[in-house]
Write a protein that binds this ligand. Structure first.
Ligand SMILES: [Fe+2]
Length: 252
């Protein structure tokens, strides 16, 4: 690993079975790029599939067999926790409780994944219980630089739609992060476009989707969530002991 740590954040893959394989091919292209860059870890930050269907999870399971590095899953608003558990029994890091929250410990950077989806809803909520879990999990290792990953952006992106369907009660998330200066980055997806913000002291980064990009509606009258010709992609987060973090958009 030579002191470097490369996290391939691949988000909003929205795998389908009725798109002639397009969504899977996009994921495979991202894998090929991540392999070229010798990513240490692949994290899929939610909306793994498009319609919570088991056939879609089966297609995803087949695709990720070709992952270039250890791969971790987390749910987005298009996902079903029970189907994820059922289709990925070998993913032993997934806990047995209601939420799919966990910490990845075996790399130079700690990665803490917090599940804040709400079944049947597009927005996310960090429950009091998950906020407490996040606080306790971060407190368990205050010395190691940490990335916290979630699906919904935990800061306003100023998009008229996505601020309504983002992380509700994000103040609670911000409060928890503010207690843990070792949190160096917060990463998320959901918005299908690259954006940058701040959560307490930590820079926060929204990854694009591998499948399609949404436009930005800042002012009334601007189209809400149109699919644009902007390039889909993924994020490569690179850390070195000397240079710290840099995050790169990787176009597909
Ligand atoms: Fe999505």
């Amino acid at each position: 690993m030579s002191g470097k740590f490369l996290l391939a954040q691949i988000s909003d893959t929205h795998v389908r079975v009725d798109d002639d394989g397009a969504s899977v091919r996009q994921l495979q292209k991202a894998f090929a790029q991540a392999r070229d860059y010798k990513a240490d870890l692949v994290l899929l930050t939610g909306d793994l599939v498009n319609d919570e269907r088991d056939e879609e999870y089966a297609a995803l399971a087949e695709a990720i067999a070709d992952s270039p590095a250890p791969l971790f899953l987390m749910p987005g608003n298009h996902d079903d926790r029970a189907r994820i558990r059922a289709r990925f029994p070998g993913h032993g890091y997934l806990p047995s409780g209601r939420f799919l929250s966990y910490a990845i410990e075996q790399f130079p950077i700690r990665v803490v994944v917090v599940d804040q989806i709400v079944p049947g809803e597009t927005f996310g909520v960090l429950t009091e219980g998950q906020a407490d879990w996040l606080d306790r999990t971060l407190a368990a290792d205050r010395a190691k630089l940490t990335i916290v990953a979630l699906h919904h952006p935990p800061f306003p992106t100023h998009d008229l739609l996505f601020d309504q369907i983002g992380l509700h009660d994000s103040d609670l998330f911000q409060f928890v992060i503010s207690k843990h200066p070792q949190v160096a980055r917060v990463i998320c997806g959901h918005h299908h476009r690259v954006a940058f913000g701040q959560v307490a002291h930590a820079p926060a980064i929204v990854a694009p989707s591998t499948s399609w990009a949404y436009g930005l509606a800042v002012h009334p009258g601007q189209p809400i969530a149109p699919r644009t010709g902007e390039q889909p992609g993924w994020m490569l987060h690179i850390w070195t002991p000397q240079g710290g973090f840099a995050s790169h958009f990787m176009g597909l």
